[in-house]
Design a protein around this ligand. Sequence first.
Ligand code: CUA
Length: 190
Amino acid sequence: MSDLVSTPSPDPAAEHAERIEHRWAAVMVAIIVLLVAITTFAALHHAAVPQARVETVDPRTLHLSGEFIEGNLGSALEPDGSVTVRAVGQQYSFTPSCLLVPTDTQVTFRMTSADVVHGFLVAGTNINLMLVPGYISSLRARFDAPGERLMPCHEFCGVGHEGMWARVKIVDKAAFAALAAQQRRLSCVE
Ligand code: CUA
């Protein structure tokens, strides 16, 4: 053993292996430095440039006044032809429990939570928001084809989380317009 350590001319294969190890160590350090730099930049950027538009709402008075009172929930046809869908998540359901939307129309979802953080996701689409009490989550979407999609809560919100889901029913644009002519707010709750 002591013989190996004190060898005056080291094994070239061992030297080569050591060079490669040093190179890999340098690559690892570079990756760590890069990750730390990205994290630092993201944190500073987020602090310096806050979200452009934050809308707040008092979760304690949702049912008493304002945009999210029960009579204003559901889908509304706007004068410009777009549709606004308002809904509230609470332990452990969504109100309304079935959202009605038309095809080929700009749909704006405006949602909030009445208690804890919930998730709003429409299966098979890229619609995915968090519903945070005190804030209005807003998202624009467009649906191409009629059909029905599941809308499960995807943020763990308590013991009833698994059973918290709703549906999104997409109907033909003309059929939606006919319904909207009869009723101010639409949903597909039966
Ligand atoms: Cu609401 Cu999970």
